[in-house]
Ligand binder design. Structure first.
Ligand code: ACO
Length: 426
């Protein structure tokens, strides 16, 4: 557990003839915040910060981001290092437990993942009753919510072993559910997980193996999938993680909490952007005019945005996008794949990065800009892109849920400024 530095610094707020001191808290990387917890009690005022653009909602020791410098670290380790040396499963352990596993811890965690990789057979029948063409994110959030009905002990999650078990169950089963949802959607028999395969190899095998055409596991595909999953594994207080922490604070069971996180992630302004990026690139390719499209998204009369660009926190290059862009090039080259959408993406990036609209607003490619092109090259269908994001983000959500529960967090309950009708007003 990291320690937070404290300083005797404070801010003075003068309001209604009263003067109060707001303590300043300083994070381990020097980020400063005013603690306003007593503000209403002492002054009668609340703070107003719509969409929480300037509000820290918790202390956290999981992930550090410096949006100005483009830094992202999990538990103090730069993502650039993690993608070079670690497997996604180890990074998941790092996020949830705070340190990378030693050999024995790694072995036990892998064993637990394997043991919990199969879905309850009764749950398999659920897939038969979703409408054909249902979005896999809707299927996934429903299935995860249903886990509490099959494993009701989740409500008793107080002992460490229970948390460990539910963590492994979620990380392992979500992969199985995602692959099964895909197989069902194309009318092929489901492929069961195998204990002899790594997490990523297993997923690719469950997606692409078939009784008539056995899948040969490609190490390059496993490698790049591993990188993508690591890069998406956590991103501090984003919309879905905040959802998880908020819902979890009501002591809702872990599965329902994660299901809510998945729903939040499905939005096009959040995880759903990776699918929208590819749709946008295809649209631009068909219409053949990058400059015209970029001009359209700058026009305030349009609600349309340049998907895969901009970020609430990063005001420079998203460090994840930098890695994915390079890996995407290398992977396509090694696999001898030529994707015209990559050329369109490079052109869009070039036009936007030289356009004053994007420069002045610090809008750069985010993690979603190139990830869809890699997923396409892996053979993953577009409606599964956001599911891939959910699969990757699970360890982050669980780590935040665990941290929130461990800190005895009060139920999250913001205030509002009421601007509706007064009593008797017509
Ligand atoms: N295209 C065009 N203009 C944009 C874009 C964009 N992608 N992103 C922001 N802007 C403009 C806004 O219109 C606004 O302009 P204004 O100051 O003239 O009004 C300005 O930049 C600031 O934008 P905000 O909406 O205030 O930024 P916010 O932090 O609320 O939004 C977000 C961040 C949602 C990511 C936004 O940049 C966006 O919609 N991007 C496209 C969707 C996307 O790629 N989402 C994935 C994000 S990463 C993730 O969730 C994994």
């Amino acid at each position: 557990m990291m320690e937070m530095n404290s300083e005797s610094e404070f801010a003075v707020l003068k309001v209604g003839g009263k003067e109060i001191k707001l303590p300043v808290v300083v994070g381990t990387e020097g980020e400063k915040a005013f603690d306003i917890a007593q503000l209403r009690k002492e002054t009668g005022y609340v703070s107003l910060d719509q969409s929480l653009t300037n509000t820290a909602v918790c202390y956290s020791s999981i992930t550090f981001i410096d949006g100005e410098k483009g830094i992202l670290r999990y538990r103090g380790i730069p993502i650039e290092e993690l993608v070079k040396t670690e497997a996604f499963v180890k990074v998941a352990y790092l996020l949830v437990h705070g340190t990378l596993p030693d050999e024995e811890q790694g072995r036990l965690f892998s064993r637990l993942l394997n043991k919990n990789s199969l879905l309850h057979e009764d749950m398999r029948h659920f897939f038969d009753h979703f409408p054909r063409g249902a979005h896999p994110m809707h299927i996934l959030s429903t299935m995860i919510n249903a886990l509490a009905a099959f494993y009701p002990n989740v409500d008793l999650l107080s002992m460490d072993e229970d948390i460990e078990l539910s963590t492994a169950r979620l990380i392992s089963m979500v992969r199985t559910m995602a692959a099964m949802a895909y197989k069902k959607s194309i009318g092929e028999p489901v492929v069961y997980p195998r204990h002899d395969l790594s997490y990523c190899a297993n997923f690719l095998n469950m997606m692409f193996d078939s009784p008539v055409a056995p899948y040969t596991i490609c190490p390059e595909a496993v490698r790049i999938l591993n990188i993508l999953l690591i890069l998406h594994a956590d991103h501090e207080q984003n919309c879905s993680t905040t959802t998880v922490r908020t819902i979890g604070s009501a002591q809702v069971n872990l599965y329902a909490t994660i299901s809510a996180g998945i729903s939040a992630l499905s939005g096009p302004l959040h995880g759903g952007a990776n699918q929208e990026v590819v749709e946008m690139l295809r649209h631009i390719q068909e219409n053949g005019d990058v400059k015209k499209y970029v001009d359209q998204v700058k026009d305030k009369k349009n609600t349309q945005r340049l998907m895969g660009f901009g970020h609430r926190v990063y005001k420079t290059f998203d460090p994840r996008a930098k890695i994915i862009k390079k890996e995407c090039h290398d992977f396509l080259r090694k696999m001898n794949i030529s994707d015209p959408l990559l050329d369109v993406a490079l052109e869009v990036e070039d036009v936007a990065l030289h356009d004053d609209y994007f420069i002045s607003r610090h809008l750069y490619p985010n993690v979603d800009f190139y990830s869809g092109i890699v997923y396409r090259a892996l053979g993953i269908p577009e409606n599964m892109f956001t599911v891939m994001f959910a699969l990757a983000r699970l360890p982050g959500w669980i780590a935040h849920w665990k941290e929130m529960i461990g800190a005895n967090t009060k139920i999250v309950r913001p205030r509002q400024v009421y601007i509706g009708k007064r009593l008797g007003e017509k």
